[in-house]
Design a protein around this ligand. Structure first.
Ligand code: KG4
Ligand code: ZN
Length: 358
């Protein structure tokens, strides 16, 4: 089955042609990073206008690169939740128009769930499709979400935990801004942190556990701890002993703080994943594989920590190729295929929804 997939939930206009779930025939992503850079964040109105301009050429390019015509498409999949409402609206409207004009089925796909699928994607000639082993633990680490799921199949996802404040990618972006690094912050912070080769002199930033059993995440305390290292702890009138001013910022200190932040952020994710697998075991569920996705799955430290954890726990690790870590439409086509295979379709009354269902 050949699916044309569309993704427009935030600031990337993307289209892909995906065959039988995991074979990517084309994946086109038009990024708006330059348009938003001067605001150091995504401006929703600018994003939706840019989607309107890009959506048709991006779909046409995806078909062209895949070497298929509109008539050779069997179904249309679209990321219809969660995201910026104006951005989602563009992709949903376009996908409905294509499905209606071709007389082909349409399926709405949850963007966050699709990130969990992204490790399955591959191109012709690359290693063949991974075998997803269920029950699986899904982890989404992105700019908008940090969530863990128990998957019994691709269509049965139980959310185990999520962030109660910042998403990990959002925390990366804010931390990068605090350190004076350019937008987009996450990859730049990662690169700077990699210049520090030893953990020996790092600041011991707090890792939020929330409670002894919680599977939720919190990254706002870590962000504040970094802010205090950079700007100094604010002195209130009630402080008996005044806090000293922050140490002078040098290139070396900036890199050390970036690496310290990265160690704590990745440490928090690893801690909760381990806890989730243990809690599943207590429920009599033996997790067979770990499926990681989302923009932060491109992070160097997270990738090696995940490999280490999976090896230690004896579970398979499925982590996306770099091309499918960030927002893309191929992951929408992949999960869309699994939904369609289960007979799940959407009507032409499909609505964009700013929040995820779970
Ligand atoms: O999945 P994604 O493209 O968008 C959302 O659905 O949110 O993720 C984007 C996020 C941004 O916050 C970006 O800074 C972060 O992923 N990111 C990284 C890295 N590459 C992208 N964070 C840390 N290290 C990276 N290498
Ligand atoms: Zn995303």
């Amino acid at each position: 089955m050949r699916i044309l997939a569309i993704e427009s939930s935030c600031d990337e206009t993307a289209a892909a042609v995906v065959e039988d779930g995991c074979l990517v025939r084309s994946s086109v992503v038009a990024s708006q990073t330059d348009l938003h850079a001067e605001y150091a964040g995504v401006v929703p109105e600018i994003a939706s206008r840019a989607h309107v301009e890009a959506i048709l050429p991006v779909m046409e390019r995806a078909l062209h690169e895949a070497g298929v015509t509109w008539r050779e498409i069997d179904a249309v999949a679209v990321g219809h939740r969660p995201g910026l409402i104006g951005s989602l609206l563009v992709g949903v409207a376009a996908s409905k128009a294509v499905a209606w004009a071709l007389g082909k089925p349409l399926v709405g796909v949850d963007h966050v769930h699709a990130h969990v699928y992204s490790g399955m994607l591959h191109r012709a000639g690359e290693d063949s499709c991974h075998q997803a082993l269920f029950p699986a633990l899904g982890l989404v680490v992105s700019g908008g979400h940090t969530s863990m799921y128990l998957l019994r199949s691709w269509t049965q996802m139980e959310r185990l935990g999520a962030t109660i404040d910042d998403a990990v990618g959002e925390a990366y972006d804010k931390a990068a801004a605090i350190l004076g690094l350019p937008f987009p912050g996450g990859p730049n912070l990662d690169q700077l942190a990699q210049s520090v080769t030893s953990d020996a002199d790092l600041v011991d930033f707090p890792i939020s556990r929330l409670s002894t059993t919680s599977l939720d995440f919190s990254f706002s305390g870590l962000k504040t701890a970094l802010l205090y290292q950079v700007k100094g702890v604010p002195n209130t009138e009630r402080a008996k002993v005044p806090h000293p001013p922050a140490a002078e910022m040098t290139d070396q200190r900036r890199a050390m703080l970036a690496a310290s932040f990265q160690k704590a952020a990745v440490g928090a994710v690893v801690l909760k994943m381990k806890r989730a697998i243990e809690q599943c075991e207590e429920r009599g569920i033996k997790v067979q594989s770990v499926l990681v996705g989302g923009g932060v799955s491109a992070n160097s430290r997270l990738r090696s920590a995940m490999q280490e954890l999976a090896k230690k726990l004896g579970v398979a690790l499925v982590i996306p190729k770099m091309a499918y870590c960030m927002d893309n439409a191929a992951m929408i086509g992949g999960l869309g295929y699994e939904l369609l295979s289960q007979g799940i379709t959407s009507g032409l009354d499909l609505q964009p929804v700013p929040t995820t269902a779970c």
